[in-house]
Design a protein around this ligand. Structure first.
Ligand code: ATP
Ligand code: MG
Length: 647
């Protein structure tokens, strides 16, 4: 690997074919801050079709938890994602489906998408679903998950997509929280060659949900399932004779579009509510600029529809822009760890967007599988979900992108609806590990804990001092929790819960959750920095770092380390790793403890749940908090039994 450089200027190749250059970005950003009403009004006209114009571009009072964008404006999101493209794109591919089994694929044109969505919408209507009703979607990653979301949007129902990997308890909690009366699911899903019993999970969940009157079942595998004539509806049979025409419901910009629960890394999941107008504008606009999307390109985001990334950047953003979006049912390692690259080759993917955890996993199996695939169609790479450690960034850039594709890092949250901080391709230099600069209209600031603004090169709490159209409007059913979680800490500002550093060029570097920023002997240190240092060591595959109370230093550094397949645990290696961090970051950052961790506790979206690791490091193993979103609970038991008990 080449020497790790701190900054990559935008290459000439990237500049030559991107929409933006640095001067355009600066000018547009300036206008978006100085004349937000003009800026957003123009963008809303450019990106979205409205039945009726809005009364006011924005009416926001963060102190009183009131956020309105384009209210009075009338639109329909499914119309914007489908119908308006039909005049020119009826026969263009809207969705490329790639099944878990590599021989299983399908292309769906915009016309076909229209017909599927209308039939689905008519089915929902037939079951009595009306504007404002909540519909739970618990599905595999197949085109029907998109049809279901858009069908809800078409009739003004509010969808709540629950990740298909969640268990009965998690589905039940989400159905009850939003009082969903209709559930859309499939018989089974297939991931990595294994079948997951979705329908039977739903059956178990709704046993305790008396208001659920209809379960619409898509046939995916044809596997055996229980059938309750009173409630269950076979999707393909039911839509067969339904009309492929369904007039879109005229929605106010501020009518809710969906509810989505956060991934639960820091606490109990929150039912984040997004509304029609601001959300779809923000999703479309960020998709266009951040991924530099061009007509005719094949765009692939590997997220699941159950996460916000799947909402904004598999379905809503790309389809609003008339793009071809790839929906992948499988996992990165099936049939082998070259699957991502094989799919890129097979469908000539131009833009590829994935998470650091996937990149690290694929990097650890070596370069050979990447090199075997023809990746010449790739033009741009993206990353989301957590800070990317520079080691993984370089592998992604050099081995996957052949040093030709800009990498866009994208910092955002379920709550933000779309990307807020990013290295806009062509306009902003790339610094491996930095999230980048604010998107248009986004006004980040760094605060100290008392709410004082920290200027210039600095480190602190990341807040947004102004609203943007894609911002969440409330927590479903609990407006006070919305206020308490995001707006109460620093009145008039949105608190992200993340810490960040700003460098001399105005780039933001996310240091992790605020709870994950350590203060070791007076040095503020992001857990992400120590983790990045650890994974630089050739024996380390993954690392998670937490603080614990330390009598002298304030906080001590406790690390969990997963070794590469070919490395083995030893006291020598333990000492070596501590010295390695001390050399990389300075003596103050030297870990106090390193515990070997065959696996790390992660959410189903692949995020490390440091709050659980913190409890283990603090030896408070009886109060781990909400563990319902853990991907594999047995990992935690192992870590508890192997924990280092300290004084
Ligand atoms: P919960 O809010 O329930 O604890 P969560 O925060 O994990 O769950 P998400 O909304 O999926 O749920 O994740 C958003 C968080 O992910 C951000 O606050 C940030 O900590 C992290 N994140 C996302 N993208 C990036 C990125 N590009 N760089 C650094 N961190 C990122
Ligand atoms: Mg969060």
């Amino acid at each position: 690997m080449n020497e790790l450089k701190p900054c990559y200027p935008v290459s000439d190749k990237a500049k030559a074919h991107t929409h933006l250059d640095a001067a355009t970005y600066d000018a547009m950003y300036k206008q978006s801050i100085e004349q937000p009403e003009v800026f957003w009004g123009e963008q809303a006209e450019k990106f979205i079709d409205w039945y009726q114009p809005w009364d006011e571009v924005s009416k926001v009072d963060l102190k009183n938890s009131e956020i309105n964008w384009f209210s009075g404006g009338k639109l329909n999101v499914s119309y914007n994602c489908i119908d308006r493209h039909l005049a020119t794109k009826a026969n263009d591919t809207a969705i490329i489906f790639e099944g878990d089994d590599p021989s299983d694929d399908l292309k769906v044109t915009y016309q076909e998408l229209h017909d599927h969505v209308c039939r689905f919408a008519n089915l929902l209507k037939e079951r009595g679903v009306k504007k404002g009703d909540r519909v739970c979607i618990y599905m595999p990653m197949i085109p029907e998950v998109g049809y279901a979301m858009l069908a809800c949007a078409r009739i003004g129902a509010i969808h709540s997509v629950v990740f298909g990997g969640f268990s009965t308890e998690s589905i039940k909690a989400r159905i009850l929280d939003a009082d969903c009366q209709v559930v859309i699911t499939a018989d089974e899903s297939v991931r990595g060659g294994k079948r997951i019993p979705l329908k039977s999970n739903v059956d178990a969940a709704i046993a305790d949900c008396p208001n659920v009157h209809s379960v619409i079942v898509v046939t995916r595998t044809g596997g055996d399932i229980a059938w309750n004539e009173k409630v269950d509806i076979n999707y393909s049979e039911a839509v067969e004779n339904l009309s492929a025409v369904c007039e879109p419901e005229v929605m106010d910009a501020e009518d809710p579009l969906f509810i989505l629960y956060t991934s639960g890394s820091t606490g109990t999941p929150k039912g984040v509510v997004h509304t029609c107008g601001g959300y779809i504008l923000y999703a479309a606009m960020t998709h266009k600029y951040v991924f530099d999307y061009k007509e005719g390109e094949v765009y692939w985001c590997t997220a699941d529809a159950g996460w916000i990334t799947g909402h904004s950047y598999i379905f809503y953003g790309p389809l609003a822009n008339g793009a071809t979006t790839l929906v992948f049912e499988g996992v990165p390692t099936y049939p082998d760890a070259g699957r991502f690259w094989q799919v890129c080759e097979k469908h000539s993917v131009n833009v590829f967007y994935t998470a650091p955890t996937a990149i690290r996993a694929l990097m650890s199996v070596g370069d050979e599988l990447v090199e075997k695939a023809d990746l010449s169609s790739l033009r741009l790479l993206g990353t989301v979900g957590e800070p990317i450690n520079p080691e993984a960034w370089h592998w992604y850039y050099e081995v996957v992108g052949k040093s030709n594709c800009p990498i866009v890092d994208t910092w955002w949250q379920t709550e933000t609806g779309g990307i807020l901080i990013t290295s806009l391709p062509g306009a902003v230099d790339m610094k491996p590990g930095a999230a980048g600069k604010p998107f248009f209209g986004v006004q980040p600031a760094l605060f100290d804990k008392d709410g004082n603004t920290l200027e210039g090169e600095n480190q602190g709490l990341l807040v947004m001092t102004a609203s943007w159209p894609g911002q969440l409007r409330t927590v479903y059913g609990d407006h006070n929790r919305f206020y308490q979680t995001y707006l109460s800490q620093y009145p008039g500002n949105y608190f992200t819960g993340d810490g960040a550093k700003r460098d001399e060029d105005g780039f933001y570097w996310i240091t992790g959750r605020v709870d994950d920023v350590l203060n070791v002997s007076g040095h503020r240190l992001g857990t992400a920095e120590i983790e990045s240092a650890l994974v630089l060591h050739p024996a380390v595959a993954e690392a998670a770092v937490v603080g614990y109370p330390h009598e002298i230093k304030g906080q001590g550094v406790y690390c969990y380390v997963t070794l590469m397949g070919n490395a083995s645990e030893s006291d020598e290696l333990n000492t070596e790793l501590k010295e390695f961090v001390a050399k990389e970051l300075g003596r103050f950052a030297k870990p106090d403890y390193i515990q070997w961790a065959p696996g790390l506790p992660k959410t189903r979206s692949g995020k490390i749940m440091r709050r659980i690791l913190r409890k283990i490091a603090e030896n408070e193993v009886d109060s781990l908090g909400d563990t319902s979103t853990l991907a594999d609970p047995s990992v935690v038991e192992n870590l508890i039994s192997q924990r280092i008990v300290h004084g």
